[in-house]
Design a binder for this molecule. Structure first.
Ligand SMILES: Nc1ncnc2c1ncn2[C@@H]1O[C@H](COP(=O)(O)OP(=O)(O)OP(=O)(O)O)[C@@H](O)[C@H]1O
Length: 308
């Protein structure tokens, strides 16, 4: 397992900001760490990369205990922090080689690796420019390139797409997806669509706790189909709820309700028969699929203690 975290906690003074987090990521997987502002994502990432010490819990990177075998563990980690700290006076190629040397690469290896990551991150056009003149999108790419200099197995990316325009966003997501084939990647975001676009699995954090962990396909199965239905007559709640395939009925007003259904394929036929049998007039029938974003909103609006 490339990233193996168990019962990880962080307390600042008396406040617990990360609370008994446990998860694993293996090579070839991308894990999305999702949560609203202040959920504890950055703190988790800082602990994962050895920038801050956990209060409790264990972190293993490629089998090495980050606390006891810190150098070996850190050799396997590439980190792009939330506020990508670049030396704005340096040239791109110079900065990459400098970061390589920090990771212990010799001069030759630095030059070779810099050439490779420039190609991988598609920053050849700007490699002879100073970091200070680059657009935000290019700066993020350079940030990724520096994280790749020592060819780590694990990549930790803290909100790598914040502030990018749609075009830059698309490119950086593609790049992360490509890198994800050969690395174990964890990246944080508060954008659900980003998780859908890039990740294999997702963790939702709220108030430092893990509220949900699922693969994307498991999450997709959790998204229920919904029908908004309205009749000219008042809703016959009991009779309507008893139709096969309706899991839940939510009244919106006297004539309108939302139905949560398990199989929307057959449900239309059942509803049309029901309407005819009851002598009702159907005014509206609209299909809606609950999005992952709605799941995220539901989870993070409820106090996490009631979910975990
Ligand atoms: N050094 C610190 N001392 C005290 N409190 C801290 C410290 N660092 C973070 N916190 C608190 O921990 C909580 C979690 O912060 P963190 O930055 O990990 O959240 P986040 O999920 O990354 O949020 P965002 O999406 O806004 O970046 C916040 O309430 C923050 O104020």
């Amino acid at each position: 397992m490339s990233i193996d975290i168990s019962k990880l906690s962080k307390h600042f003074q008396n406040k617990t900001v990360v609370d008994h987090l446990t998860f694993r990521v293996k090579k070839g997987e991308i894990l999305g760490l999702l949560g609203p502002n202040g959920a504890g994502k950055s703190t988790t990432m800082k602990m994962l990369t050895g920038y801050i010490q956990p209060s409790e819990g264990k972190i293993y990177i490629c089998g090495y205990d980050l606390n006891k075998e810190s150098l070996k563990a850190k050799k396997n980690i590439g980190y792009l922090p939330e506020h990508n700290p670049l030396y704005l006076d340096m040239y791109v190629h110079e900065y990459l080689q400098f970061m390589g040397s920090i990771h212990g690469l010799g001069k030759r290896a630095c030059i070779q690796r810099a050439r490779l990551v420039v190609e991988q991150c598609d920053i050849g056009d700007v490699q002879n420019k100073k970091l200070g003149v680059l657009s935000k999108g290019y700066r993020q790419r350079v940030g990724l390139a520096q994280a790749l200099m020592h060819d780590p197995t694990v990549l930790v990316l803290d909100e790598p797409t914040t502030g990018l325009d749609p075009n830059q966003l698309h490119h950086i997501r593609q790049l992360i997806k490509e890198l994800g084939r050969e690395k174990a990647i964890i990246f944080s975001t508060h954008i659900m669509q980003e998780v859908e676009a890039v990740c294999d699995q997702v963790i939702i954090m709220h108030h430092g706790k893990l509220c949900l962990t699922a693969t994307l396909s498991e999450l997709d199965q959790q998204c229920s189909d919904q029908l908004i239905i309205s009749f000219r007559e008042p809703i016959p709640v009991d009779a309507l709820s008893s139709i096969e395939g309706i899991n839940k009925l939510e009244i919106l007003d006297a004539h309108k309700c939302k139905l949560y259904v398990s199989n929307s394929k057959d449900i239309y036929e059942h509803i049309f028969c029901f309407t005819k049998q009851q002598g009702l007039t159907l005014q509206r029938l609209e299909h809606k699929r609950e999005s992952l974003e709605e799941i995220f909103t539901q989870i993070t609006k409820v106090d996490s203690t009631s979910i975990t």
